[in-house]
Every structure is written in structure tokens, then in C-alpha cells.
Design a protein around this ligand. Sequence first.
Ligand code: 4AD
Ligand code: MG
Length: 463
Amino acid sequence: MMKRTKVKSLLSSPALGTEVLVKGWVRTKRGNKNILFIALNDGSTINNIQVVAEAASFDENILKDITTGACIAVKGKLIESQGQGQNIEISAAEIELYGKSDAETYPLQKKGHSMEFLREIAYFRPRTNTFSAVLRIRHAMAFAIHKYFNDKGFFYLHTPIITGSDAEGAGEMFHVTTMDLTKVPRNADNSVDYSGDFFGKPTNLTVSGQLEGELGALALGDIYTFGPTFRAENSNTPRHLAEFWMIEPEMAFYDLNDNMDLAEEFVKYLIRYALDNCSDDLDFLNNMIDKTLLDRLKFVLENQFVRITYTEAVTILTASEKKWEYKVGWGTDLQAEHERYLVEEHFKRPVILTDYPKSIKAFYMKQNDDGKTVRAMDVLFPGIGEIIGGSQREENYEKLLKRIQELKIPEKDLWWYLETRKFGTAPHSGFGLGFERLILFVTGMLNIRDVIPFPRTPKNAEF
Ligand code: 4AD
Ligand code: MG
């Protein structure tokens, strides 16, 4: 039995004159009654291998079924190509048809398709050049994230998906229950009685692994999480998903400056990794999706991120002549239009904003002495807006407890978190990188639904 070779390795180190076996899906077929040229793709690379078949050597019925989308195995000799457009090709000796693909009804015809249409056939999207490129880059970025942290001595901590707390305190949670929703038991005061539910209390899908990540950092030193997170926010935008992946490093003994240094080094490492390891896919996306993609990636690598406070940003924004859709003023949260103005027009490079008003940030952030701001940081990127959110954490027990009480967050959900501030508390910091926002930036894609295989958004959980 001959072993299958992947197209990627055939193309990168072709052993001309040898017999090879390839398996994949037909992208196109052309030719005449004597000779056929089949472009075959097996997903290992954006590039196809050309298969040349002399009609006389094959059963007519097999050749007829070799249409766009069909799956075949081809055995043949690897030779130098006579034609233009490729260096090597396979001169087919045997072809086995695994799966026909009816030319009339196959949804993925050869023509170009809109991103919206491709979302409706997300089960076939990975067979397109664009999505296979995005998915290979997505894989490379996941690998690079683990490599970066492993090389730096960080430990990968698996934080729970089902939790009893709201880490961000924003109340955007999906409930987890096994209760029969047609007969929800009630307490005397008409509130829901969870005592008979699976966990015996209200639970939800996590919005962030941070709080448990902090427990890890306060024992292991440097940790990171990398897992799915869920937000039931009704935001139908090109940058929001209800289910997205987040990377959350958490470091003992880091202050906000150390945190910013790590965030900048980390994203630059990932961009460099993509440029060094995904060049075929990036070249394709640069040609087909966004001609400025490679320049933008290199630009971010070569320039230091600007670091200013929220207060300085508000001064710049209010001084600008721009007509804002949302008003800016000290104390209001910045909207995408403001973030993008700072990055794309004012500074023309990534910006890290720090020291936001405490009223618009989460309870766990370290409070500044001014009594008004917290040691928060948001990293803002061109075309994306916020790609990272993080902070130094409040390590002082009294201050943290007071803030939790002010915000009326149930203490009984966070007692374990507060314990760390009572016993061996330490200065520490961390941040969260939205994985899909990173992939948007690295691929030049415009909609977050198109950088995750099966997007979950309001009213959409197909496949
Ligand atoms: O700013 P966020 O809400 O921060 C946290 O969750 C902190 N616990 C992080 C930490 O300090 N450990 O989210 C972090 C990042 C955002 O900057 C954004 O990139 C991404 O997660 N994000 C989303 N991505 C896609 N869809 C959504 N609905 C997102 N919400 C946040
Ligand atoms: Mg944020």
C-alpha cells in the first residue's frame, strides 16, 4: 500500500520522477476529449496540484464524474510541468473516485461568492481558498500563542466553562440549567428556586476565565488561559460574537507598565509569526481581500504603540473637529468611532489607553489614588478598535470589598476570590486578547463571523 503525500510537502520538496499518491477535492477541471487538467486541493496549502490525465487511459464514467467538489485519489508520476502556472504536476496512472459532487446542485460553484452567502453554507466554507487560508492562519496563531507562553515559562491553566459568578459584572450571561422551563420552581418570594437544579444554584457560561486565572497566578506565578467565552450581549456588529475565544495571561508581581510591555511584545510576536510562517496564505489574502494587509502588519511590527491616559484621549477627541455620532466627555465610554480616530487618524499607529474612569470598568481593577480612575488598559488597533482589555488588579482586601459592595455584586458569589486578598495577596496584572479580533487583524477580513468556523451571533446558532 502506497502512502498518501500531502500537497504541501509535494510542492515544497518535489521528488521529480517518483510515484506519488494524493487525495483531495477537485477545484477545477478543464481540457478536451484527449486530455484533462485537474486542479486538486487537499487543504494542506492554498496551492493546488495539477493532475494531468490522458482520456484514453481511463474509464469514461470516472472522468465524467470528476467535477468541481468531487473527492478523488490519484496515483501517478510527479513530473516537471509543461504548462504555465505551475512547476510540477502529476501524470495520472490511476484515479479512484471517492465522492461525486453533482455539478448542478453543489452549492460551491466555481464563481466568486459573497461572504454573506458563504455564511449560509458555512459547512462548505472551509473548501474555499479564502476560508481555508483563514483557518490555517487561525491554527498557526493558536499554536504560536502556546509557543510564546511556553517559551516564557507561563503555565496553561484550564479555567471552568460553567461558573457561578459574573467575572465582568456586566450581566451578559447565558444561564446553564437542567430545569424544565415549563415548570420552574419558585421560592415563597417568587424568585426562582435553584435548589433542585443540577448545581443547586444559578450557573452560567463563563464570560472570562480571569478570576480563576488570578487564583492560578497567585500560586504558579505566570499563567494563561485560552478557551471559549460567552457573552449574551445583543450586539450585532462586525466585531462581536456570542461565543468567542479569549487568551488571558495573568502575572504575579506585574504592574500596569509590565502588563503593557507584555501585551505589546505578545501581539508583535504573533504578527511576526504569521509573516514568517503563513506567507502563502497571507499573500493570497493580500491579493484577494485587502491589498494593504501585508503593509499594515509590517507597520504594526515596526512601530512602538502609543501609551496615553483616557483623560488625555478625551482631551484630544474633544479638541478634534470631527462630527461624532456619540458625544465624548470625561466619564463616558469611548465608542468604536473614537477609538478608531485615535488610532487611524490622530496617532496613525496602535494606541494603549490607560487609567479609565472606575465607573465604566470592572470591579476588580486597581484603584488609583485620585479616587476616580483605575489601572486599566485597552489596546486599540487600526481597523479593529479594542483588541485587548486588561488591568492591574486590586490586591487590597478592604478596597476590593468596598468596591464590590458599592457595585452591589453578591459577595457570596466571590468569597473565594476575596480569600486570595486575605492570605498572601500580591500585586498582579493581566489582560484578555480576543482571539477572533486578532485573526481579523492578521487576515484583513472585515467581519468577525468570517474568522471563526461556525459563528454564534444573535438569532444564529446553525451548524
Ligand atoms: O475587555 P474584555 O471584556 O476583558 C475581559 O474579559 C477581562 N477579563 C480580560 C482580562 O483582563 N483578563 O474582553 C477582552 C477582549 C476584548 O478586548 C476583545 O478583544 C474581546 O475580548 N471581546 C470580544 N470578542 C468578540 N466578541 C465579543 N463579544 C467580545 N467581547 C470581548
Ligand atoms: Mg474591554
